[in-house]
Design a protein around this ligand. Structure first.
Ligand code: ZN
Length: 340
């Protein structure tokens, strides 16, 4: 396969703090010999493990970009053992546009792996992570949220993996992230995911969903920041003592089957009848959808197909046919201590 067209302006092998770019040539109307400049920070001291931290895989999710921007501007080489590679805005064109996918090629980066060096801009970014950044890393954390169209209870997540030992290592890192909720996911559609690329390369991989609606809150950013430091301490990059504050717990969730998901079969005005974090019983009305082409019509009711915790919901006030309206999760275990 051809070499990647992306060239880093940082030296991943050099000690110290470096702030530079992954430079991706992109010729266009407003810049004939232009490039997409994806910010990257590398902080390194000695020969310890490497942690790869990413936000902005989807461009309308903000906890990762904020927590990682803060980390990049404050973490010093003298604070760490090993190497931290920070890419706060992974799909940079999408992040700049404030959209889930890239405005250049409509590429959803998290469906573009393993990517291609001769492909679209999004495929080139995926290929660079696949062949150049993932191989450098031992631990990989990819911070997501719901974006403009979904809102989530804050959770870190790992997948059910074929290799039980790797799965256990991922779950230990998820608990060290220490979000209020932790999700063990059976991925039904893993093709093209960054998650799958990292897991298949044998890395300790954790992802998150920390909120949504196309913005962030003080609380959701605090969860991301604590999580990043917990993850770094778990990897041995920073001292465990430096991150142990008040005792915290996480509640383990699962989304085991199709009954967890409620999909809208109507377009219209959405009334959510339950809120995130509510316990629901099977048959409870989760939402109503009103016809917006006339008044006086009876709304359609969407009922829970199973009991559990309302863990995700559609965010905008209008809903389309095919949108995910609500996700009900199983509670596996409450109040597990967060351990680094
Ligand atoms: Zn996302």
């Amino acid at each position: 396969m051809r070499a990647s067209p992306i060239s880093p302006t940082v030296d991943f092998e050099a000690d110290g703090e470096q702030h530079g770019f992954l430079k991706l040539p992109y010729s266009r109307n407003d810049s004939a010999w232009g490039a997409v400049m994806i910010p990257v920070t590398v902080i390194k001291r000695g020969d310890g493990p490497t942690v790869l931290l990413t936000g902005g895989n989807h461009g309308d999710e903000y906890e990762g970009p904020i927590a990682l921007s803060k980390l990049a501007s404050t973490l010093k080489a003298g604070d760490i053992n090993g190497r931290v590679i920070v890419v706060p805005f992974m799909n940079y064109p999408a992040f700049r546009a404030g959209t889930r996918t890239s405005p250049i090629d409509a590429g959803n980066l998290n469906r573009s792996f393993p990517g291609h060096p001769d492909g679209t801009v999004t495929q080139k970014i995926a290929d660079y992570f696949q062949r150049h950044l993932l191989p450098l890393a031992d631990y990989v954390l990819d911070i997501h949220a719901g974006g403009r169209t979904l809102d989530f209870l804050p959770f870190a997540a790992t997948h059910v993996l074929a290799d039980a030992r790797q799965q256990a290592r991922c779950e230990a890192a998820m608990r060290a992230f220490g979000a209020p909720y932790s999700m063990r996911m059976l991925e039904l559609d893993s093709v093209g995911l960054y998650d799958s690329a990292a897991e298949e390369a044998g890395k300790v991989f954790v992802s998150t969903e920390l909120g949504g609606g196309g913005s962030s809150t003080a609380a959701s950013v605090a969860i991301a920041e604590r999580g990043v430091y917990g993850f770094l301490a778990h990897a041995g990059i920073i001292d465990k003592e430096s991150v142990i504050g008040e005792a915290r717990t996480t509640t383990l969730l699962d989304m085991p089957d199709d009954a967890c998901y409620t999909t809208s079969e109507h377009a219209g005005l959405l009334e959510m009848c339950r809120d995130l974090g509510d316990m629901v019983a099977e048959g409870d009305v989760l939402a109503r959808v009103y016809d917006i082409t006339r008044s006086g019509a009876t709304p359609v009711e969407y009922r829970a197909k199973r009991a559990g915790l309302l863990a995700a919901r559609h965010f905008p006030g209008l809903v389309q046919t095919g949108d995910t309206v609500a996700v009900v999760a199983d509670i596996i275990e409450r109040n597990i201590p967060v351990t680094i």
